[in-house]
Design a protein around this ligand. Sequence first.
Ligand code: CA
Length: 232
Amino acid sequence: MDRPEILVVEDEADIRELVRHVLEKDGFPVRVAADGETALREVRAAPPGLVLLDLMLPGLDGLEVCRRLRAQPDTAELPIIMLTARGEESDVVAGLNLGADDYVTKPFSPRVLLARLQAVIRRRQELEPSKGEDPVLRRGPLTLHRGRREAVLEGAALSLTWTEFQILVLLASRPGWVFTRYQIVDAVRGEDYAVTERAVDVHMVGLRRKLGEHGTLLETVRGVGYRFRDDA
Ligand code: CA
């Protein structure tokens, strides 16, 4: 696996240095920022491969940093993992809605941090269609360009987060096929984290909202999971 540069945004010096140590030991180049303004400046100066973003920061908080990064075309797709404290559940949902890829709750073990990081990086790399596979999925009003990571609905580009796009490609790849939340987490993250199955529901709500009147393409199968309507 490639080791992209990680920007660690954390105001607590001991946690910041611990994370830096863990990442550098695993071969990742690391930059650090102690507040949101500095983080945005660092990203503008040279975009890192991934941002580890603490939510509770002095000045601009992590959610605002995430929102601003997603709002700029050149950083809209930058992988972001939020660092959260216990009791910040509503912030986790807000962050995922803003397009963060994942989150890690403090205190975390180095092993968990690296696993989450590698899962996000791997699933970004896996999004490239494999050789010989048609990179374009056409399903009724919806066209998904896997290589270009574009979703087009009735001729208009949809603005999807990485995770939303990945879930949509997964479901649309087998219309009528029911995927459990567990399978979706597994396919999207490449790892099984029971704790983040809840995030699948958040992403499904976001996807349906963005699909508008075509939100019914995504069907909930009660007690099981989700499927892409197969008459599309
Ligand atoms: Ca903090």
